[in-house]
Design a protein around this ligand. Structure first.
Ligand code: F6P
Length: 319
C-alpha cells in the first residue's frame, strides 16, 4: 500500500477536519502518498482529486466543517457511479480509501469494498447513530452547542414563565436530544426511539406548574416531528404560553471540542494503519475508550440502539 485517498461525505460534522488531518499526517509519517478527494463521492466520480502534503492540513484541527467539502451523491448509489469512482481511484494509482461520514457514506464504502477496493470508514456525523462505536465524530461538539442554546433559552423562559420546545437534529436518532436534554435539565425529552403520550407531557407540565416551576423546557428530536406542532398541542392542552426554537444547522458547525479532536485523530490514524496492514471493508470506532473495528456490512445491518437507561434517568431526574 503506497498511495491512499481520503474523502468526507454526507452531513458534515465538527472534527471531520481533525480526522482528515490525522489521515494525511499519519499516511505521510508512514511514507505513503495521500490524496484528498473533494466533494465526497461526487468528487470521486468526477476525479476532483489532489495530492495532499503536510501543509495541506495545517491549521485546521480547530476548524469545523471539512476542507475536503462534502456532498450527498445519488449517482454513487448506482453501479455505474461506483464503477466510475473505482476507475478514478485506479487512474490516480490510489490503492486504499478512508471514508469519513455517516451511514449513507458507509453504504458507499460497502459498495467499494464489494467491488474489491480496500476501504476503511470513520464515523463522521453529529447524529451518533453508527453502530459499533460509542461516539461519532462531531456528536460531542453538537451536544455542547445544544446545551449552550438550552441554557440561554432557559433564561428567557424563566423571565416570561414560558414553556419552550427546542427541536434538535438527529435525522432518525434521538441521541442529541437525549444527551442534551439530560445535560440541559430539560423537563421532557422526546425521541423517535420511544413512544410518548401527549397526556403524559401535559400532566408532567402541570405537576411542575403546580409546584411553582417558572418555566419548562421540552427537547424534541427532529425524527419525532415538528417542534411547532408539539408546541401547539401543548398550548392547546394546557393553555400555557409556549415558544419554539428549531436549532437547525448551528448544530453542524463550530470549533470541535477536545474530545472530538482527540477522537478524530485516534480514528484517522488507526484507519491508515489498518490499510497498511491489509484490512479492508472495516468500520473503525471507539468502545469503552478502546479503538475497535467492525465489518462495514455488520455495522450497516445493526439497528442503532439508544441508551434506554439514560432515557429512564432523564425522566426520573425531571419529575
Ligand atoms: O446526518 C446529520 C444531519 O445533520 C441530520 O442530523 C440532519 O437531519 C441531516 O443531516 C440534514 O441533512 P442536510 O444537511 O442534507 O439538510
Amino acid at each position: 500500500m503506497k498511495r491512499i485517498g481520503v474523502l468526507t461525505s454526507g452531513g458534515d460534522s465538527p472534527g471531520m477536519n481533525a480526522a482528515v488531518r490525522a489521515v494525511v499526517r499519519e499516511a505521510i509519517y508512514q511514507n505513503l502518498e495521500v490524496y484528498g478527494i473533494f466533494h465526497g463521492y461526487s468528487g470521486l466520480i468526477s476525479g476532483n482529486i489532489e495530492k495532499m502534503e503536510l501543509g495541506s492540513v495545517g491549521d485546521i484541527i480547530h476548524r469545523g466543517g471539512t476542507i475536503l467539502y462534502s456532498a450527498r451523491c445519488e449517482e454513487f448509489k448506482t453501479e455505474e457511479g461506483q464503477r466510475k469512482g473505482v476507475e478514478q481511484l485506479k487512474k490516480f494509482g490510489i490503492e486504499g480509501l478512508v471514508v469519513i461520514g455517516g451511514d449513507g457514506s458507509y453504504r458507499g464504502a460497502q459498495m467499494l469494498t464489494k467491488s474489491g477496493f480496500p476501504t476503511i470508514c470513520l464515523p463522521g456525523t453529529i447524529d451518533n447513530d453508527i453502530p459499533g462505536t460509542d461516539y461519532t465524530i462531531g456528536f460531542d461538539t453538537a451536544l455542547n452547542t445544544v446545551i449552550d442554546a438550552i441554557d440561554k433559552i432557559r433564561d428567557t423562559a424563566t423571565s416570561h414563565e414560558r414553556t419552550y420546545i427546542i427541536e434538535v437534529m438527529g435525522r432518525n436518532a434521538g441521541d442529541i436530544a437525549l444527551w442534551s436534554g439530560l445535560a440541559g435539565g430539560a423537563e421532557t425529552i422526546l425521541i423517535p426511539e420511544q413512544e410518548f403520550m401527549m397526556e403524559d407531557i401535559v400532566n408532567r407540565l402541570k405537576r411542575g406548574h403546580d409546584r411553582g416551576k417558572k418555566h419548562s423546557i421540552i427537547v424534541v428530536a427532529e425524527g419525532v416531528g415538528s417542534g411547532v406542532d408539539i408546541a401547539s398541542q401543548v398550548k392547546e392542552a394546557t393553555g400555557y404560553e409556549t415558544r419554539v426554537s428549531v436549532l437547525g444547522y448551528i448544530q453542524r458547525g463550530g470549533s470541535p471540542t477536545a474530545f472530538d479532536r482527540v477522537l478524530a485523530s485516534r480514528l484517522g490514524a488507526k484507519a491508515v494503519q489498518m490499510l497498511i496492514n491489509g484490512s479492508e471493508g472495516r468500520a473503525v470506532g471507539i468502545q469503552r475508550n478502546r479503538l475497535v473495528d467492525h465489518d462495514i456490512s455488520e455495522v450497516l445491518a445493526k439497528p442503532h440502539e439508544i441508551d434506554i437507561d439514560m432515557y429512564q434517568l432523564s425522566k426520573e431526574l425531571s419529575i
